[in-house]
Ligand binder design. Structure first.
Ligand code: NAP
Length: 253
């Protein structure tokens, strides 16, 4: 098993790519902190059934699963919940996976569409990283940021999303330099078109157009990203830091 004895915090783990990473890491021996989206003003959201169901599956695999809920864009909530978590857990791996889209043509993009995407995808990842940096440094840890092919090549209607993901790549490289002396490796994955709730709403025509630019002629699965994250977090990648691993079927080379 590649992650025996490790404890991984995975943001946005209640579904999609985050869920696949949580299950893959648990299969490879890691205990997992399942972070899910909880809104401060909406206590109903503090008991997410998807996150609980995932925790049950991980426990059935013989691992320990913890639940941790917060809005990643809310600095106070991030700090308070992670402070609580750190009394019970010492993480060795962090996967910054939580992310959203709010697409619109640049000319029509509303301030809240721009601000929310940057706040969740980029600033939120930084708040979580900052809050977990000390324990990660103590144990020679590993950080993986889930960026996007869109952050590398841009896309019509996604100036906010592309900026957030390109920012995440810049953050990855800076942190890789900053934390290397503490034996913390920091890498990013840039997924292409992966079948999740985020991409399911796409119109058939747009989907077809996309397929034309994917040399492997198929969409990716959440497990494709989970396997890349597993590699980067394992000792097999012990000499890799500051890297952006493309997992996109050749869509962007
Ligand atoms: P998804 O199914 O929509 O899942 C996104 C996750 O982020 C959910 O668990 C969601 O929680 C959580 N989240 C959203 N806003 C949050 C907030 N404010 N605070 C905390 N958590 C929040 O998306 P996915 O496709 O698995 O994407 C995962 C990551 O991969 C994202 O960063 C995305 O940008 C990136 N990515 C995806 C693709 C793709 O093709 N799918 C391609 C490139 C990159 P709730 O369930 O509560 O909403």
């Amino acid at each position: 098993m590649l992650l025996q004895g490790k404890t991984a915090v995975i943001t946005g783990a209640s579904r999609g790519i985050g869920e696949a990473i949580a299950l893959t890491f648990a299969r490879e021996g890691a205990d997992v902190v399942i972070h899910y989206y909880a809104h401060k003003s909406d206590p109903e959201k503090n008991l997410r059934s998807e996150a609980e169901a995932l925790a049950a599956r991980i426990r059935e695999m013989g691992r320990t699963a913890y639940l941790c809920g917060f809005d990643i864009a809310d600095r106070e909530m991030v700090d308070a919940e992670l402070k609580k978590l750190l009394t019970a857990v010492t993480p060795t791996i962090l996967v910054n996976n939580a992310g959203i889209t709010a697409d619109n043509l640049a000319l029509r993009m509303k301030p809240e569409e721009w601000e929310r995407v940057i706040a969740v995808n980029l600033t939120g990842a930084f708040w979580v990283t900052q809050a977990l940096m000390r324990p990660l440094m103590k144990n020679g840890g590993c950080i993986v940021n889930i960026a996007s092919v869109i952050g590398q090549m841009g896309n019509i209607g996604q100036a906010n999303y592309a900026a957030s993901k390109a920012g995440l790549i810049g953050m990855t490289k800076s942190l890789a330099r900053e934390l290397a002396s503490k034996k913390v490796r920091v890498n990013a994955i840039a997924p292409g078109f992966i079948e999740t709730a985020m991409t399911q709403a796409m119109p058939e025509e747009a989907r077809k157009a996309l397929m034309d630019i994917i040399p492997l002629k198929e969409t990716g699965k959440p497990e494709d990203i989970a396997n890349a994250a597993l590699f980067l977090c394992s000792d097999m990648a012990r000499y890799i830091t500051g890297e952006v691993l493309k997992v996109n079927g050749g869509m962007y080379m």
